[in-house]
Design a protein around this ligand. Structure first.
Ligand SMILES: [Zn+2]
Length: 234
């Protein structure tokens, strides 16, 4: 069923227990391109799925590093979608969680605290050899740890890597608590993120806000637009 922007905004405003499941579309208004659009621009014919894989990081660290540097947009600022989610989260009469596929750190930058970064964050880095955390600024200067010479990496889930049980448990708990689940800025096709919907509570309503059609193995209501138009009305 299709709803108007205002109907969706009203439903979000009225719900008390809300969980947002967000994807790349909530970051495009902040100027963050979907990494898939980088294909061909910097790395010829190689697929981003390889360039963002554990195999590439270990077998061709220079290629991995050169690609991943393009994913950093430290100057990007949260937009109205991130900001409204934080406003809702801070209201005493609501319980609001966000589970995001995005690795750009913008939900955290906006101030979200009840946040699960499902695929990790580019802005949390560590040394693969000694485990020491390093700043993303240090990582952008070089991918070798000054202390031990080990390879540095961002704490994101690469292709070929698994999810921690902690992240899965937090995400499932966030989905299960909601009376309203809002899928925003994603076509909701990437596993296992899209499988989280199976853990919704039996009476939970589902809304999707996305510029292109969304498919789910369950009933949901949808508004097809950029999320900014909806969240500006909240
Ligand atoms: Zn080290």
């Amino acid at each position: 069923m299709t709803l108007t922007e205002k109907q969706v905004a009203d439903k979000i405003r009225e719900a008390q227990k809300i969980t947002f499941l967000t994807g790349a579309g909530v970051s495009t208004p902040s100027g963050i391109p979907d990494y898939r659009s980088l294909q061909g621009v910097y790395q010829g014919i190689e697929a981003p799925e390889y360039l963002l894989s554990h195999d590439c990081m270990t077998a061709e660290p220079e290629k991995f590093y050169n690609f991943i540097k393009y994913l950093y947009h430290p100057e990007a600022q949260p937009n109205v979608i991130h900001e409204k989610i934080v406003e809702l989260e801070r209201r005493a009469d609501k319980t609001v969680w966000t589970v995001s596929q995005n690795i750009d750190g913008l939900h955290a930058k906006a101030g979200s605290r009840k946040l699960v970064s499902f695929h990790g964050s580019l802005y949390e880095c560590r040394c693969r050899r000694c485990g020491h955390p390093v700043s993303w600024r240090e990582y952008l200067r070089q991918d070798r740890h000054e202390g031990c010479g080990g390879q540095l990496r961002p704490q994101i889930v690469l292709y070929g890597e698994g999810f921690t049980q902690e992240v899965l448990n937090q995400s499932i708990a966030a989905v299960a608590q909601a009376e309203l689940i809002v899928v925003a800025g994603t076509t909701f096709q990437v596993h296992p993120f899209c499988d989280l919907i199976r853990y919704r509570s039996p009476g939970a309503a589902i809304l999707a806000v996305n510029q292109t059609p969304v498919t789910m193995p369950t009933d949901f209501e949808m508004v097809q637009c950029s999320g900014e138009e909806v969240f500006a009305l909240i």
